[in-house]
Design a protein around this ligand. Structure first.
Ligand code: CP
Length: 305
């Protein structure tokens, strides 16, 4: 079963399959045999990019989308998520796309359902499709990730993007460093800290993170302007970046906090490119989750899961 719960499920072969497939879709490749699939989108946390790019991806592939609203489904009557998924399975759903506020909501579910779960973000845990679209954006820019320096900056502790990206970027040969307030670091990455003024001179990719106020138990440590000056990508710092370096951010952006307002759409920014790539990556992930077992086993590329 091709669940996509975290980047750990994916081999380098799988990652390359998804990136190549997304690139084919960017070049205009069409799929003609996916109209019999029906996918349920279940979003229990706010989302603009992930939710609507999955819907757009399903539409482009000819897949029927069922959008399950937490507020109007029988979850409101106390039905468990497992019973909801099993019910949708019996109705004929071929895969679930789920965003949920709880870290690893899928533990204990994935092994019990009979169709793939595609994780669209779990609490502070994982965001694998964001990670894949980030990889595609970096690959478009630099061709190979081997030898690149990526600095991930900001609210690392609460970021599922940081977690999903750091490991896979390293697996693919990039050097990953971290910057931002030390209070938001995770222990295993403390040794990889780089001060912001050094980071901008070193990085090929500055990956800025949103401050996730909704996940903070204490209020923000610093006033916004002070945070921006100490840890943000300011207009002055951007001028010290290497000529070829790029700025990424999963968005939504707190303009003027982690990133200067003027830099959101500057020449180095790939923020809206990331959004665009998100549609093609989600098409490729749906194709991988729904069909690669048959396709890949036939081609001898993957072992059957
Ligand atoms: N980057 C991201 O996951 O954005 P949304 O929360 O809008 O989906």
């Amino acid at each position: 079963m091709n669940h996509l719960l975290s980047m750990n499920e994916l081999s380098l072969n799988d990652i390359q399959y998804i990136l190549n497939k997304a690139t084919d879709y960017i070049k205009g490749r069409k799929e003609h045999r996916m109209q019999d699939f029906m996918v349920a989108n279940l979003f229990f946390e706010p989302s603009t990019r992930t939710k609507f790019s999955f819907e757009a991806a399903e539409h482009r592939l000819g897949i029927k989308a069922l959008n399950v609203e937490g507020s109007t489904s029988s979850l409101q009557k106390g039905e468990t998520l497992y019973d909801t998924l099993r019910t949708l399975e019996e109705i004929g759903v071929s895969a679930f796309v789920i965003r949920h506020p709880q870290d690893r909501y899928f533990d204990g579910l994935a092994e019990k359902v009979n169709v793939p779960i595609i994780n669209a973000g779990d609490g502070c845990g994982n965001h694998p499709t964001q990670s894949l679209l980030d990889l595609l954006t970096i690959q478009q820019e630099f061709i190979v990730l081997q030898g690149l320096t990526v600095v991930i900056v900001g609210d690392i502790l609460h970021s599922r993007v940081a977690r999903s990206n750091a490991e896979v970027l390293r697996k693919m040969g990039a050097k990953v460093l971290f910057s931002g307030p030390k209070e938001w670091f995770v222990d295993e990455w403390r040794k990889d800290f780089i001060p912001m003024d050094e980071a901008v001179k070193t990085a090929d990719v500055m990956m800025m993170l949103r401050i996730q106020h909704e996940r903070h138990t204490k209020s923000m440590l610093l006033p916004k302007e002070e945070y921006h000056q100490k840890f943000g990508l300011t207009v002055e710092r951007e001028q010290n970046m290497k000529s070829h370096s790029i700025i990424m951010h999963p968005a939504p952006v707190n303009r003027g906090v982690e990133l200067a307002d003027e830099l959101v759409e500057c020449q180095r920014s790939r923020i809206f490119k990331q959004v665009q790539n998100g549609v093609y990556i989600r098409m490729a992930v749906l194709k991988w989750a729904l069909t690669t077992n048959q396709e890949a086993v036939a081609n001898g590329l993957f072992t059957k899961k």
